[in-house]
Design a protein around this ligand. Sequence first.
Ligand SMILES: [Zn+2]
Length: 259
Amino acid sequence: MFKRFILLCLALVLVGVLLTQSVFASPKYTTKWEKINAPVNLPILMYHSVENKPGNGLCVPPEQLEQQLKYLHEQGYYTVTPAEAYKILVQNKVPKKHKKLVMVTFDDGYENNYTAAYPLLKKYHIHATIGLITSKIDTQGMLTLKQIKEMKKSKWVSFVSHTQNHQELDRLDEAGQREEMQASRTWLKQNLHQKPDLLVYPVGRYNEVSPKVAKESGYKLALTTQPGPANAEQGKYELHRQRVVPDMTQEAFAKLLQP
Ligand SMILES: [Zn+2]
């Protein structure tokens, strides 16, 4: 009887170990986190299109993106996911072994995020977050659902909401804003089977009702285009970001990374 009990215990422990291993198989999740007292500053980089288009401030050429991602890799930056950004900003927790933190975001969901950026993310082990305009998926020049699914599966890319139609939210009434935020959230849930916790305001435009509507729609954080590192004191739904523009020197790029 006692022997049977011991065997049962051993079996339960074994099942437990196997389950934990399969859930936390990605090396990211083996990181130990520690709580610190002061609110954390997290630099969040903002990119858009990855292509060579001189004169267009929203387009960073692939060679420049490569230099920047290589720099993050060589300098030992820990590139955080949206869930980790919440942990860092709201719960004041940081990964124990990694003092240099950065979040890399791409707005709009251009197809070149797959053709030009994704190979570099894999090459330099950078985790990136793409804000999708859900009505533009599978349209000319934008990401296809197939590409999105492949990137998501790789674990190097997270997908969040950049609303349904990319309208400037401060021009919409509360119901209009709610529709933009909720329709995109529903799309992400249905097609990627995930709860998108993060919202990126189109063109950085929002007004006093936007944080409330974002919260009620189920988002946990929202990003603006206000410059500087993000900090919870800005408000969970008004987090700042650092814009990466074309032709930056390495010195200027490094400045964006300062917490
Ligand atoms: Zn945008």
